[in-house]
Write a protein that binds this ligand. Structure first.
Ligand SMILES: [Zn+2]
Length: 265
């Protein structure tokens, strides 16, 4: 069993403050990278106990946030910037993976109790909707993986991110390592307890999946992705391709027959 671990930094225990904790140059950023990496290592330990053998860790936070030297064996790291488009990467690597999960994930933009909630660009995006349904980064990745036949089996993050994952698929196993008190504050587990919880839940997720496989997340097409931006010039600049339109001055609409055609456009 081979697992791809998509990582982000905003859903990690002990990471709660924008910039200071989440951006290169922030006074806590190097600590945040280590906290994320140790949560990834905890997930690897849990999955190993359940029988997984290979791990592709996707360094998903914008500037990269995995502390390479402390990433545990036998994980391999997808790293570098800029990365190839994620749709190409997932298609390219899908034959080397059997299931996907998230570690350190946050809720979609606009969720009040989602600590560090955002969707992709934290200062520009108000909301994404896919076929009328609000989505965030969790659905983006789970649906793309699902299109290539890969089930989304586990997520760690704050309680709002866990809830969002469970709403997409009630059988996903989650590990809530902190509660958002607001967008820039959280009640967080200590690092040791967060890692222990992730390890236990990752093991449980894979054991449950092996006993009764979770199907890949797939919604019926065709697809219309609406991206609503705070400022109109962002929407303006996204125009130009034939599948794009602008239903109002803040919104770009992208149409496609497949998830890959729309979800990270
Ligand atoms: Zn993110």
């Amino acid at each position: 069993m081979r697992i791809m671990i998509m990582t982000d930094i905003e859903g990690v225990a002990g990471v709660s403050t924008p910039t200071v904790d989440t951006s290169p140059g922030g006074s806590n950023y190097l600590i945040s990278k280590r906290l994320l990496t140790e949560e990834v290592n905890a997930a690897v330990r849990g999955f190993l106990k359940a029988g997984a053998t290979e791990f592709l860790v996707f360094d998903g936070h914008g500037p990269g946030a995995i502390d390479f030297e402390t990433l545990a064996s036998p994980a391999k790291l997808i790293q570098g910037r800029p990365l190839p488009p994620i749709t190409w990467l997932i298609e390219h690597l899908s034959r080397r993976v059997d299931a996907v999960c998230h570690v350190g994930q946050h809720a979609m933009a606009g969720i009040r109790d989602g600590n560090l909630n955002h969707t992709q660009n934290s200062v520009e995006v108000l909301a994404y909707r896919l076929n009328g349904r609000p989505i965030g980064e969790i659905a983006q990745f789970a649906l793309l993986a699902g299109e290539f036949g890969l089930p989304h089996i586990f997520l760690s993050g704050d309680t709002a991110a866990c809830r969002e994952a469970e709403e997409l698929n009630p059988r996903v196993v989650t590990a809530a390592v902190k509660e958002g008190l607001g967008r820039t504050s959280a009640l967080t587990l200590n690092a040791q307890d967060a890692r222990a919880l992730i390890e236990k839940q990752a093991e449980r997720a894979l054991k449950q999946h092996l006993a009764k496989p979770i199907p890949p997340l797939q919604w019926p097409g065709p697809y219309v992705l609406q991206k609503c931006f705070l400022h109109t010039e962002i929407a303006d600049s996204a125009l130009g391709a034939s599948r794009f339109s602008m239903p109002d001055s803040h919104t770009v609409e992208i149409r496609g027959e497949t998830i890959a055609e729309v979800i990270y456009q």
